[in-house]
Design a protein around this ligand. Structure first.
Ligand code: ADP
Length: 291
């Protein structure tokens, strides 16, 4: 397996330099990826997917630039993106040989995520829709988080679940009940639109050789910051030093009561992508909130 010739040629044309070496990188969920060495000695990370929708990599590139602009946490510099052939090229981040075992790096990630969340906007959402994994993620801007979370996070995934045969009547009724309860469970007046990574599971950060944490593969929008945190706790990979450092900058109040509610969004996404045990987990979270 190697990088398709048309991706390599389009990338060479975009960067104005030829590729002299290419090694596949494994571990992504959706796309294929490689580490390229260019004639000028630079290394580049490129991912591609012939089946990707035209705006797929463009919206990831937009999200990476949005995070970079905030200046709170490092992200790879985007070098080129293309709708056809669909690919995205960015700065290669050399991972630390120590892996994630250094508590100083975890602490830095916690502090920097808090600084990212301190970047706020007037409205929830983003000026464009994007993707979470391979599923579309709508981001129409609203002034109410309750409305945004109800319609564009829970409601949008319910629509996909219906199409995927993952929404039997009992689950649908329970989710509708949960949507109706949201104004009681969430206090719009106490929440601000924070810049979010949007898909912050443990596979979406790298500790670079410099010790810098680097965020990758975002699904960026402005939302309640606790939804990023809830995701860090869903699949693991974020040590206690991360959470402690985060809370030194952004103390939490009542988050534990909302953690599973916010985990419902990535759980619905996983149910829609993979089915199986995620559906059972979805049902148990809904039961916790609406009985
Ligand atoms: P996918 O979009 O398919 O989920 P990812 O963006 O998660 O792909 O990347 C796939 C793999 O490549 C992961 O193991 C990740 O650690 C690694 N990776 C992603 N971006 C970079 C980068 N800029 N530099 C080095 N490695 C990267």
């Amino acid at each position: 397996m190697t990088i398709p010739a048309e991706v390599r040629q389009a990338l060479e044309a975009a960067l104005g330099v030829t590729v002299v070496d290419s090694r596949m990188v494994y571990g992504g969920d959706i796309n294929q990826a490689a580490r390229l060495t260019l004639r000028d000695g630079e290394t580049v990370f490129v991912k591609w997917n012939p089946a990707a929708r035209p705006d797929f990599f463009r919206s990831e590139a937009h999200g990476l630039r949005e995070l970079a602009r905030a200046g709170a946490v490092r992200v790879p510099v985007v070098l080129a993106e293309s709708d056809s052939p669909p690919f995205l090229a960015m700065e290669w981040i050399e991972p630390s040989a120590r892996g994630r075992s250094d508590p100083a790096s975890a602490e830095r990630l916690g502090r920097q995520l808090a600084l990212l969340h301190n970047c706020t906007a007037d409205m929830y959402g983003l000026e464009q829709d994007n993707y979470i994994g391979s599923l579309p993620q709508p981001n129409s801007q609203t002034r109410s988080w309750v409305e945004f979370f109800r319609d564009q996070r829970i409601g949008a995934q319910m629509a996909i679940a219906r199409r995927e045969g993952q929404l039997p009547p009992a689950r649908e009724a329970a989710l509708v009940r949960l949507q109706e309860w949201l104004p009681v469970l969430l206090d719009d007046a106490a929440i601000r639109p924070s810049l979010l990574h949007g898909d912050l599971w443990g596979g979406n950060y790298i500790i670079a050789a410099s010790g810098d944490p680097v965020l990758i593969d975002p699904a960026v929008y402005y939302g309640h910051r606790e939804i990023d945190l809830a995701m860090t706790e869903l699949f693991g990979g974020f040590p206690p030093a991360f959470h402690n450092a985060y809370q030194e900058i952004c103390p939490l109040d009542g988050y534990e009561q909302r953690r599973e509610l916010y985990q419902l969004y990535p759980l619905l996404v996983h149910m829609n992508l993979f089915g199986g045990s995620y559906a059972t987990h979805v049902d148990s979270v809904i039961r916790r909130y609406v009985g």
